[in-house]
Design a protein around this ligand. Structure first.
Ligand code: MRU
Length: 354
């Protein structure tokens, strides 16, 4: 079986694979308005930094279609309001704000009334969607430099096809190595509290035929100490100018463990995840999710009533713990400040950092 598309445009609406139901059920949610799209992002029907960026781009296209009958200025005002609602759906992954800003800028730069803008934004969202898949394939190729034959790789959360418009970032790197005929074994953190590793990454790897073993997050140190893991590859939600990287809660702990065991720690992400405006990770907004994600499993309460709960969805790994950032223009190496600058100003074809 292949992995179904994370999201698709059916000509009038955005169709999302419902990731809250995987792997048990394959079902889809249809969004016909930007408000429905924002709600689907907030509720994690679609999740993963690049995927929510692409979904939000389609949400902007839906907003433009709502404003089809309007003159230019009211249509632009309608788009600005939709942009605000979509951007607020989840705060940490910069891809969301990046995609919305790109669609808004495209609207501002397109002369014409609501009808013209509606057509232009559907076209731009399609462009962004298709570019994401191509970008992920390029990340996979760049990642071949750090995943040799026989690698035993730990990954966290889900940075696979489901977290993108297709192919994946961190899982895309593993996928490219597998497709290149390299033997690998993947250790999959279950990723508490939302189980993206157990539910989504494990499922993707099974579909792809890549050998994988599921472990609880707390087992990583044990398997590192035994020499069973020789590299870590994870995705990212936002990377500050100095390489500090926000990713799923638990990533920072893994980076500390990897450093303690002399294991290289890699981040795989498209350049749309870079946020050069933030000098360090200290300013990255960290989303706090509902406490039921911790206290309940499968709708049943496990935690003692009355206990306090903290549920930050992401943490920040300092750039100094990262051996390389695998992007579509090559593997960036420390010091990250100049490497990120060079990657951002490079055309895809010209930059070949390894
Ligand atoms: O809360 P989620 O499931 O959206 O978090 C996803 C992650 O943290 C991923 O690792 C990250 O977005 C990269 S996805 C290619």
């Amino acid at each position: 079986m292949t992995i179904p598309e994370t999201l698709r445009w059916d000509g009038d609406s955005l169709v999302l694979l419902d990731q809250t139901r995987l792997p048990g059920e394959l079902c889809w949610v249809t969004c016909t308005t930007p408000a429905e799209t924002a709600e689907a992002i907030r509720a994690m029907v679609v999740r993963g930094a690049p995927a929510i960026g692409v979904a939000a781009a389609w949400g902007m296209a839906l907003a433009a279609r709502e404003a089809r009958a309007l003159a230019r200025e009211p249509a632009l005002a309608h788009l600005a309001a939709a942009a605000q609602a979509l951007t607020a759906a989840r705060p940490t992954a910069v891809n969301l704000a990046w995609a919305v800003a790109r669609l808004l800028a495209h609207a501002s730069g397109t002369a014409g009334d609501g009808a013209v803008l509606a057509e232009a934004l559907v076209h731009e969202a399609r462009q962004l969607h298709d570019t994401d898949v191509a970008t992920n394939r390029a990340i996979g190729q760049a990642g071949l430099a750090v995943v040799p034959d026989g690698s035993r790789v730990l990954t966290h959360c889900n940075a696979g096809a489901l977290a993108t418009a297709g192919y994946g970032t961190a899982v895309g790197v593993l996928r490219a190595a597998h497709e290149a005929g390299r033997r690998l074994h993947v250790w999959v953190d279950e990723t508490r509290p939302y189980w993206q590793g157990a539910r989504l990454t494990a499922w993707e790897l099974v579909q792809l035929g890549i050998p994988a073993t599921l472990i609880t997050d707390g087992m990583a140190a044990h398997f590192m100490a035994r020499g069973a893991i020789d590299r870590v590859v994870v995705g990212a939600d936002r990377i500050a100018a100095n390489g500090d990287t926000a990713n799923k809660i638990g990533t920072y702990g893994l980076a500390v463990l990897a450093a303690a065991h002399g294991i290289p720690f890699y981040v795989a992400a498209p350049r749309s995840t870079l946020d050069p405006v933030l000098p360090t990770g200290a300013d990255i907004p960290i989303e706090e999710r509902p406490e039921e994600e911790l206290t309940h499993v499968g709708g049943r309460r496990l935690a003692a009533e009355g206990v306090g709960v903290a549920n930050p969805s992401f943490d920040v790994t300092p750039g100094r713990l990262i051996a390389g950032i695998i992007t579509e223009v090559g593997v960036l190496r420390p010091p990250f400040a100049p490497a990120l600058q060079a990657a951002l100003s490079a055309s895809s074809a010209s930059y070949t950092a390894t």
